[in-house]
Design a protein around this ligand. Structure first.
Ligand code: GRF
Length: 208
């Protein structure tokens, strides 16, 4: 059984996709042991509560220094002894000590086809604004392992989505979520839970 902790900051639709997939059996061998939010008002926390999943709020704002936050954050995660950490729209930078301890055991969903529109500053609507600004015809989402860089870890799954005439950043964001993010994040968790993902030489290999 793969014990996962999901980290969130906002609405939690990706968390919901994982919860639904666990409950429907689309994801097997997996238990969500806890949800961590840096934002006490995140609707994602309500979603966890509705499904009887433990949650915890921990924010850098509650600590005098980043170091102090990082230590407490890592201890909070360790308490749940996760096999996998799933970043589902989590907007806090993961401390290097955590990426080291949980090497190849943290995954993130990013709303673009990495290496396009990723890295520092590319989050939320900014990603979709930049894609429309550049005039690309295809966008998408990526699930990747988290290393010490920003959106630089081994890529597990990607899914493309077409840009349509008249798209606004908001419309595009919604289409990318519906057609890509909510599908590939649960699929990646299921693949990992069933031993189908292996990292070699800085790349992830998926067997099906
Ligand atoms: C998603 O677009 C995700 O790709 C990004 O943040 C957003 C989170 O949305 N990293 P939600 O909280 O899952 O609804």
């Amino acid at each position: 059984m793969l014990n996962i902790v999901v980290m969130v900051s906002g609405g939690g639709t990706n968390l919901q996709a994982v919860i639904d997939a666990v409950e429907s059996g689309e994801i097997t061998n997996t238990r969500i042991v806890g949800v961590i939010s840096n934002n006490k008002n995140a609707y994602a926390l309500e979603r966890a509560r509705k499904h009887g999943i433990k949650s915890r709020c921990i924010s850098p704002r509650d600590f005098a220094s980043r170091e102090e936050f990082n230590e407490n954050f890592i201890s909070a995660v360790d308490e749940w002894e996760p096999d996998l950490i799933v970043l589902a729209g989590f907007l806090v930078v993961i401390p290097p000590a955590m990426t080291k301890r949980y090497q190849n055991r943290i995954i993130n969903i990013h709303p673009s086809l990495i290496p396009a529109f990723c890295g520092t500053g590319f989050y939320g609507l900014k990603v979709h604004e930049a894609a429309l600004e550049r005039g690309v015809k295809v966008v998408g989402a990526t699930v990747h392992f988290v290393d010490e860089g920003t959106d630089t870890g081994p890529i597990i799954l990607q899914k493309a989505v077409e840009v349509e005439d008249g798209d606004t950043p908001e419309i595009l964001q919604k289409r990318v979520m519906e057609q890509a993010e909510w599908q590939i994040l649960p699929r990646a968790v299921d693949l990992i839970a069933n031993g189908k993902v292996e990292v070699r030489g800085g790349k992830a290999f998926v067997s099906r």
